[in-house]
Write a new protein. Structure first.
Length: 385
């Protein structure tokens, strides 16, 4: 098997639920040796069921814990704590997402681990940082609310809405991966590790991009627009004869092509619609006209017709249809894990490397499946023990 990009990197994973496990799974996909250190009760998501997979395992847990080994340790027990400290002291990377202060109480803080392991990259994931927000619970829904995302999500005349997945946790997991890799790169030069800190709120504020930028520039927070875009039109969901589709016009040339495809080429010369800024100002009138036209045929008809003239359009797929769409495009979004009597399917890593691609070696582990585990023998790059 081709060595992974992170072969030899040892990760002591004290994280649970989503942001941390998503990050460590990404590292594991590319060859890192990840030992998941769980309480005797296990990661909370082991108990978040239904749904379950064919083996009876909670699909939530399964979604972010492949390619890892599980060791159950009671940190309130002397032997369990000693083993946890041993793993941390011999790891290249430690990842934790406890509330600030918890790892300190167990002698597993960054300073404590660094004292015996100066090369360690120690990643702490919190909800709201280590200052005034240290005591706040970092639940994704809460962060979506206080972080502004819900204020711009949902129908214009409806209540604030959350994203349909724990998006902030996923974004924070990606930030953690980026921070860890940056710190490992710096360690290649200096031999020294460092602390990586990411938090859910800051990650969300960064991800608000144009919406946050407009707020800083104008002093006016954006409002909910449903599926419309604050700066582009038409860029929204429309209702065809049978189902919804999205039309995403990004420039005036595409709008002219849209007008012609709808059988109304004069739209492009209408002063209300000629330029994007005009279309945004007259969004309601434009939407009404487009809705009337697309209601006359199926969504598939319009996706095909608009695609032929270079207008971005697509069906509003459910998750099963989205996976099938990715497969039809040759993106290979689903991977197989064949490590037992029954193979399992998993969503593949979104990161494609030509020489050292992700490898799907093992299914998510049973609790304490690898009791007493030591690091896999490998040409370790980093602190030796």
């Amino acid at each position: 098997m081709t060595p992974g990009a992170l072969d030899g990197v040892r990760v002591a994973d004290f994280s649970r639920v989503l942001a941390g496990p998503y990050a460590t799974m990404t590292l594991a996909d590319f060859g890192a040796d990840v030992v998941k250190i769980e309480s005797p009760a296990g990661d909370d998501t082991r108990h978040w069921r239904p749904p379950v997979d064919a083996s009876g395992r909670a699909t939530y847990f399964g979604s972010v814990n492949r390619n890892k080994r599980s060791v159950a340790l009671d940190l309130r027990d002397a032997a369990g704590l000693a083993e946890a400290r041993r793993l941390a002291a011999s790891a290249d990377v430690v990842v934790e997402n406890f509330r600030p202060g918890v790892m300190d109480r167990f002698g597993l803080s960054y300073d404590a681990v660094r004292a015996s392991n100066p090369g360690v990259v120690y990643c702490s994931i919190t909800g709201f940082g280590t200052g005034e927000g240290a005591t706040l619970a970092g639940y994704d829904l809460l962060v979506q609310a206080v972080g502004g995302l819900m204020s711009i999500t949902g129908a214009t005349d409806g209540e604030p809405a959350k994203a349909g997945v724990a998006l902030v946790d996923v974004l924070t997991g990606q930030n953690a991966v980026a921070g860890i890799l940056l710190a490992l790169r710096e360690r290649d030069r200096t031999g020294l590790g460092q602390r990586v800190e990411v938090d859910l709120l800051h990650g969300l504020l960064s991800a608000l991009t144009n919406q946050a930028a407009s707020t800083l520039a104008t002093g006016e927070p954006p409002r909910r627009l449903g599926n419309a875009h604050p700066s582009i039109a038409p860029y929204a969901v429309f209702h065809a004869a049978d189902r919804e589709l999205v039309i995403a016009v990004g420039n005036d040339k595409q709008f002219r092509a849209l007008a012609a495809a709808l059988g109304e080429p004069t739209f492009a010369d209408d002063p209300r619609f000629t330029r994007n800024v005009d279309r945004v100002a007259h969004r309601a009138e434009l939407t009404a006209v487009i809705e009337e036209r697309v209601a006359a045929a199926s969504a598939a008809h319009w996706v095909s017709r608009l695609g032929r003239v270079g207008v971005p359009a697509g069906l509003v797929n459910d998750v099963a249809e989205a996976i099938a769409f990715g497969e039809a495009l040759g993106l290979e979004p689903v991977a197989e894990i064949n490590d037992g009597p029954c193979s399992s399917r998993t969503i593949a890593s979104p990161i494609g490397l030509s020489a050292t691609p992700a490898v799907y070696r093992t299914s998510p582990p049973a609790l304490d499946e690898h009791a007493g585990a030591n690091w896999h023998p490998s040409p370790v790059r980093g602190p030796q023990t």
